[in-house]
Ligand binder design. Structure first.
Ligand SMILES: [Ca+2]
Length: 307
């Protein structure tokens, strides 16, 4: 009986997803002509562009195939930590990003068929979250490529997971920061994109607005550097010297928002620029000589499409 209930629930979920995708395919000025028909006849507003049942069946077959692939997401053995825990109770809510989806971990199905897990929050898709130091962020290139941490807690989503999302539309990014004194600030960037691995995940980040200060301006157009993959503009490796990867230009002054540094577990960083740094905070941060020595308590990076 419980198997039957599970099956029924699966069918409902799949049906919902198929309908959602059909809705998207016929959106714009194309509408369902006869909602009572078993197989809907689809036409534009003037009924001049009717599609037959074959077209709809083709779409459904394609979508069923997608669903099969999707169901395999959680079954696939993965050595990437990010995918292990949530698969036991990931929300089966399919979307191209987090817009319109519920808060929590969702399966994202991109237009080109890439499936990823992402935590959603009020329509934003979270790329990275740090708040308690439970996850080491000073990791290798491979970790940043594929993601690490626990998606419900501290994690980085992985470049290879976020790039297919970014390819779909234009997205903006927002950095939410919290101090140990519980002050919050944000930096929002209307221009945000990341190039592929061949360009070492070079970032485009511009058109700042917000309250936290623009500490990413120094990283605009920079490539990503980890301790085992040096793509910065200095002779040495900035990630090695500063205990964390980033889109480094040079090491210090090109490192003003290096939020992947060491988690200090208190506001004081023992080495300038080495912790969870956000130098351009609009005032001097308390308890340190200058802002390069302050380590923030929390940072969250998230994206959502620009309409
Ligand atoms: Ca270098």
């Amino acid at each position: 009986m419980s198997n039957l209930r599970d099956g029924q629930s699966d069918i409902r979920d799949i049906n919902f997803i198929l309908m959602k995708h059909l809705d998207e395919r016929i959106s714009g000025n194309i509408v369902i002509n006869d909602s009572k028909a078993d197989i809907p006849v689809i036409s534009d507003g003037n009924c001049s562009k009717a599609f037959g049942a074959d077209t709809v069946k083709e779409d459904l077959d394609m979508l069923k195939e997608q669903m099969k692939k999707l169901a395999d997401v959680c079954k696939t053995e993965s050595d990437v930590e990010i995918y292990k825990e949530p698969c036991t109770n990931a929300t089966l809510s399919i979307s191209e990003d987090c817009v319109g989806g519920p808060d929590g971990v969702n399966i994202i199905l991109t237009k080109r068929g890439k499936q990823i897990l992402a935590r959603c929050e009020a329509g934003w898709l979270i790329i990275a979250h740090r708040y308690d130091g439970s996850v080491d962020f000073n990791l290798d290139w491979d970790n940043y490529q594929h993601g690490f941490g626990n998606i419900r807690k501290e994690h980085f989503i992985g470049f290879e997971n976020i790039l297919p999302v970014l390819l779909q539309k234009r997205y903006k990014a927002r950095f939410d920061l919290t101090t140990w004194e519980s002050e919050t600030g944000y930096a929002e960037y209307q221009t945000f994109d990341i190039n592929d691995k061949n360009d070492k995940y070079r970032i485009s980040i511009d058109d700042y607005s917000g309250t936290a200060g623009d500490s990413m301006q120094w990283s605009n157009h920079m490539r990503f550097t980890t301790k085992d993959n040096d793509n910065d503009r200095r002779t040495g490796n900035c990630a090695e010297g500063h205990e964390g990867p980033f889109w480094y230009d040079s090491c210090n002054w090109g490192n003003k928002g290096s939020i992947f540094g060491r988690y200090a577990k208190n506001p004081k960083c023992s080495n300038a620029w080495n912790c969870l740094t956000w130098y351009d905070w609009p005032k001097k941060l308390p308890g340190v000589d200058n802002n390069s020595l302050y380590s923030f308590k929390e940072v969250k990076i998230k994206i959502r499409p620009i309409y």
